[in-house]
Design a protein. Structure first.
Length: 364
């Protein structure tokens, strides 16, 4: 079953090899005994005290008869030759046990008599067989996860709260129910395997310490509302600092607050506060949007008015310059012929004052 496979996979590689070697040595021992029997060495089960010599009480061949048949067959094949072949097979299997595979995103760690001597990259690798060397394969690319304040069933996917981890005090002495989700990877295989006995347990303990410490420095309103993202970042940084101090070989990739709620008795009141804060933020965003829409329009209208004023100014200046030039021309003409100029100006003025009417000019 899946459970049995998981239990088998948790057995250290060294223990698996020990079991295989014991089986092989047992086979060699049995073959050696048979070899001794072929040479006439006395075996206890041949005696009558051990049930030998006939074995009729069991209704079948006795142990002596079975051994005799095996000896006869091995004598025909050559007992020493078979023994040497079996020894060679055992040695070959023992040497081949040093072959191991490191997959993509993994790193192999070789230990010689318990001490780390090398790290290997992905691929087919070889080391000295047990008991001289052993190896461990660490998944570096696999993203692991940890939960504080809740537990998720790996089979059903349902989460259940853990009040002992979730309930904590805030900076303003309020109780809050906080749940933290963490994702992390192994960044240093040697530290992960040898520095801390249980690195993942150390991570969970450090995560709970970081969560309580950061939440305890902030108010409940700040943690639940606008400061939630800031609190998450502070938890991640503090947790990574603790993991580096403990030399766990782990690196936190994400720390996310899943739930930040007050106790059930006052949850409704706090949710009202949160909704009011969200309404305030919404109104502020709408006001900022209105401002961003109104200011460009006002600036455009102001620019248009300035340009119209500048155009009117240019027009008035040009007209004034023309009037001044005209006046100077009339002045020059008046100086040359005063009477004629005066008479012409008088007639032009009459024409402007009495437009569209017939006029009669009488000589003086």
């Amino acid at each position: 079953t899946l459970r049995n496979r998981r239990i088998f996979n948790t057995i250290p590689t060294q223990r698996k090899h020990e079991g295989i070697y014991l089986c092989l040595f047992g086979i060699l021992f049995a073959v050696s005994i048979s070899e001794f029997n072929m040479k006439g060495v006395h075996m206890p089960w041949r005696d009558d005290d051990f049930g030998g010599g006939g074995g009729q009480g069991y209704g079948g061949p006795s142990m002596d008869e079975v051994v005799t048949k095996i000896q006869q067959k091995m004598a025909r094949w050559g007992g020493k030759r078979i023994l040497l072949i079996l020894i060679a097979i055992v040695i070959g299997i023992w040497l081949a046990s040093g072959i191991y595979m490191v997959g993509p995103g993994e790193m192999g760690v070789i230990r010689q008599f318990g001490k780390m001597v090398d790290q290997t990259s992905p691929g087919l690798r070889y080391r000295f067989p047990w008991p001289f060397q052993t190896h461990d394969v660490v998944h570096l690319a696999r993203v692991r996860r940890a939960e504080i304040g809740l537990r998720t069933d790996p089979y059903t996917g349902k989460a259940r709260p853990e009040p002992r981890e979730a309930l904590m005090l805030t900076g303003d002495e309020n109780i809050v129910d906080a749940q933290l989700f963490i994702q992390y990877v192994v960044k240093d295989p040697s530290q992960f395997l040898f520095r801390v006995r249980e690195s993942e347990l150390a991570l969970k303990t450090s995560a709970e310490v970081a969560l309580r410490s950061v939440v305890g420095r902030n108010t409940i309103d700040y943690t639940m509302t606008e400061g939630r993202v800031v609190v998450q970042d502070e938890i991640k940084k503090y947790l990574q600092t603790l993991l580096d101090e403990y030399q766990t070989g782990l690196m936190v990739t994400e720390a996310r607050l899943l739930v930040v709620d007050p106790p059930e008795e006052v949850k409704d009141a706090f949710h009202d506060v949160v909704r009011a804060w969200e309404d305030r933020e919404r109104v502020m965003r709408e006001a900022e949007g209105y401002r961003e829409d109104l200011i460009p329009k006002a600036r455009g209208q102001a620019t248009q008015m300035v340009r119209s004023a500048e155009a009117y100014k240019e027009q008035r200046v040009i007209r004034a310059q023309g009037d001044a030039t005209k006046f100077l021309d009339v002045l020059k003409a008046y100086r040359k012929a005063k009477e004629v100029t005066r008479e012409r100006l008088y007639l032009e003025t009459l024409d402007k004052v009495l437009p569209g009417r017939e006029k009669y000019i009488l000589p003086p």
